[in-house]
Design a protein around this ligand. Structure first.
Ligand code: ADP
Ligand code: TRP
Length: 322
């Protein structure tokens, strides 16, 4: 089984990225041959500062490795180190109905948030389809907001197969962990860097404390039972605490007698202890200059060995070349 996923290097990782996608991707490393990459071509649609883009790629690579990505077990690379994917993206775009892209939510959402309405942003799902199809991926672990893009990928693969030969492209399956499909942010909306409501994985203790202590709560008096519906603290705590500790907090809400400040402290402690070992690993990786580049270039070599024959197969099938 080949597993594939990508993450855009568009800012530091937050709990939504980790529990929505990364944790599952890291677990899947054990179950098959995993291909994970940093989607820098995709990030060009929103970042036009070369130094910032390069720094983000490096930070994300370190974060991924610190969280447990094992470069001996999986192929870890930078999307743009395999430019073959752009050629496949063009070929796919020739069978992509405009209507299919027009129905994609992410383009409209991003334009509404102020990202320039470029062709790249509009055609983004086609490049994502090429990312998946060029490596013959079986399974694609993503957060729920990317599900539509995996469906577009399936549609495009089916179209190519119908037009140019059955079995030419493998039809991939999305893998979405339903219980953590949407991680709430500090304000209760979906956690997202564009909503400024994130808890970073590697946040410094001071800012982290401030953020958690500022989570909005209602004005139920300390001694009264606290509502458990619409709580922001509880679903976040459930992600980082043991089941027993979560049940205790739930019971403490229902019983009353404990204030929100105390619940926030427990949340802060659980977030800190969950990510402390990764934080330590992160510092060690950062100190080893050259390590990240070595991992990424080795990954790129392996990825290209898979991408080239797929592209060649498609080129031949559609009639390109002699
Ligand atoms: P952001 O919304 O902060 O821009 P991205 O769109 O870069 O995050 O998401 C990267 C990955 O993390 C995707 O697979 C996405 O589905 C997942 N993800 C992001 N935010 C959340 C969230 N709040 N809950 C669940 N998954 C998320
Ligand atoms: N579009 C994804 C995101 O914003 C990143 C991505 C690019 C991706 N190509 C991919 C994810 C291929 C899975 C498979 O999060």
């Amino acid at each position: 089984m080949r597993i594939l996923s990508g993450l855009q290097p568009s800012g530091r990782l937050h709990l939504g990225n980790y529990f929505g996608m990364m944790e599952a991707a890291l677990r899947l490393q054990q179950e098959g041959e995993a291909f994970y990459f940093i989607a820098d071509y995709h990030s060009l649609t929103s970042i036009q500062q070369p130094d910032a883009l390069r720094q983000n790629v490096r930070d994300l690579a370190i974060d991924f490795l610190a969280c447990g990505l094992d470069p001996e077990r999986c192929v870890f690379f930078r999307q743009s180190d395999v430019p073959e994917v752009c050629e496949l993206s063009w070929i796919l775009s020739t069978v992509t109905p405009m209507g299919l892209l027009e129905r994609c939510h992410s383009y409209k959402d991003k334009v509404a948030r102020g990202i320039p309405a470029s062709h790249g942003l509009f055609a983004y799902p086609v490049l994502m389809a090429a990312d998946i199809l060029i490596y013959d991926a079986d399974v694609v672990p993503v957060g729920r907001d990317q599900k539509q893009h995996v469906e577009v990928t399936r549609d495009l693969a089916i179209k190519i197969n119908e037009a140019f030969g059955e079995g030419l492209l493998k039809i991939p399956e999305p893998r979405i962990r339903e219980e953590t499909a949407v991680v709430p942010g500090l304000d209760g909306q979906k956690m997202s860097k564009s909503y400024n409501n994130t808890i970073g994985l590697f946040e410094d203790p001071g800012p982290l404390k401030k953020k958690i202590m500022r989570i909005p709560t209602d004005s139920t008096p300390v001694e009264d039972p606290k509502p458990t519906e619409n709580s922001i603290i509880l679903p976040l705590y459930q992600l980082v605490a043991s089941e027993a500790d979560y049940q205790t907090m739930l019971a403490d809400h229902q019983r009353g007698g404990i204030g929100y400040g105390d619940f926030k402290k427990r949340l802060l402690e659980a977030v800190t202890s969950t990510f402390a070992p990764m934080q330590e690993r992160r510092q060690a990786i950062e100190a080893d200059t050259g390590y990240v580049e070595r991992v990424l270039s080795k990954g790129a070599e392996k990825a290209r060995q898979v991408a080239r024959p797929t592209l060649e197969r498609i080129r031949r099938a559609v009639g390109l070349g002699a």
